[in-house]
Design a binder for this molecule. Sequence first.
Ligand code: SAH
Ligand code: SF4
Length: 383
Amino acid sequence: MDFATESCRVPPVKFTPQKPSLFGETLESLTDQLEAAGFKRFRAKQVMDWLYKKRVDSWAAMTNLPKDLRSWLDATYILYPTAPVIDKRSNDVTQKLLLELEDKSLIETVLIRAPQKGVGQEDSRKTVCVSIQVGCAYGCKFCASGLAGFRRNLLAAEVVSQLMHICRREDAHTERAREEIASFDNIVFMGMGEPLANYDTLVRTLRILNADWGLNFGARRITVSTSGLAPQILSLAGEGIAVRLAISLHGATNAVRDQIMPINKRYPLEVLLPAAKAFQQRHGRMLTLEFILIEGVNDSLEQARELAKIARELHAHVNCIPYNTVEGLPWKRPSVPRQDAFVDVLRQAKVSCTIRREKGHDIDAACGQLRLKTEKDRVTAEV
Ligand code: SAH
Ligand code: SF4
C-alpha cells in the first residue's frame, strides 16, 4: 500500500524548479559547485555569511564578492523561492505569512509570540511554525491540511526560506540581527504537512539551520511534530541531530486513534510507542505528546487515564490543545470544565502537562486553514 498517495484527492506533483534556490545548498555542496565553476573554495563561506548572517536579499548586496562571481550566482540560482502573498497580524501575538511558490502553490508560516512577564512585546519569546509539504497525504479527520489532499513535498530551500522571511522581518525589531543570531527563539515543524514523510528535506533543512555557517540554530530549540511514522522516528534518532520530538497522539487507545488518524492502521500504538521510546532514550530528552481535545471523541476521563499511563511510560510531557474548529468539519472542542477535568486526571497521575489556550484562533492559525481559505477564494474567483 502506498500510503502517501492512498488518501489523495488530487495526484501528487513532481516539482523541479527552473533554477534552484541558493537556500537549498549546504556549505559543502556550494563549495563543490563554486570550485567546478572555477571560483576559489573560500568564497562559499562568504556567500553563506551574506545569506544567514547579514540576511541580504540581492546579489548586488554581496559586496565583497567579485563581480563575475555575482553574475555566476545570478545565472545559476535564485535567492528566495517563496514570495509573500498575505502578511496577517493578529493582536500582535500571532502573525501569519502566506507564501506563494514558483508553481503557484501556497504555503504558510506562522510566528507566535509568547508574552513574558516584565518584558515588552518585541522581547517576547518567538516561535516560528513552518510547513514542509503542500497539503498532506495522511488525512487526519480533524485537520485542515489533510482536507485538500497532498500536492507535493517542499524542497529544503522552500523550508529554509520560510524561516529567513520571518527572520528578516523580525530583524528590524531586535538587536539580534547586529549580533548575527536568529531573531526568533524556537522553530516548530507544525505547519502544513508531515515532516517525516518528507524525510530528506527535513534532514537537509535541519543541517542547514543547525550549522555554524548556516543559521547556527540549536537543535534543542527545534521541534519536529509527527503523526506517528514509526520507521522514520527510528531513522531520525540515528541522524545525530538532537531535535525535540512531538508525537501527535490525539487518542490513547487504538480504537480512538483509528477513528481519527488513518496512520494508526499502519503504525498502531504497539509499533509507534516503542519507536518513540527509542528516540527518547537516544537523546535523553523528554518527548511531547500532543493531544487535541475533541468533544465526544477523545475527551473522556478513561482516555485521560490511558494517556497518563503512556506519558509515564515514555517520560513525556503532555500538551493538551482544545480543538480549533475548521470550516466544513463537524468537530468541536469540549467545554472548559470538561477540558479541566481531563487535565486534572493527568495532573493527579503526576504527569507533566500543559493546556494550550491557543493563540491566533481569530486568524485561522490552526494547521492549514489560511491556505485552504485562500485556495477556496481563488477557485471561487476563477469560476
Ligand atoms: N503532520 C504533523 C505536523 C503538522 S500538524 C503532525 O500531525 O504532527 C501540527 C499539529 O497541529 C498536530 O499535532 C496536529 O494534530 C494539530 N492540528 C491539526 N488540526 C488541528 C486543529 N484543527 N486544531 C488543533 N490542532 C490541530
Ligand atoms: Fe497531516 Fe499532521 Fe494534518 Fe494529520 S494532523 S493531516 S499528519 S498535517
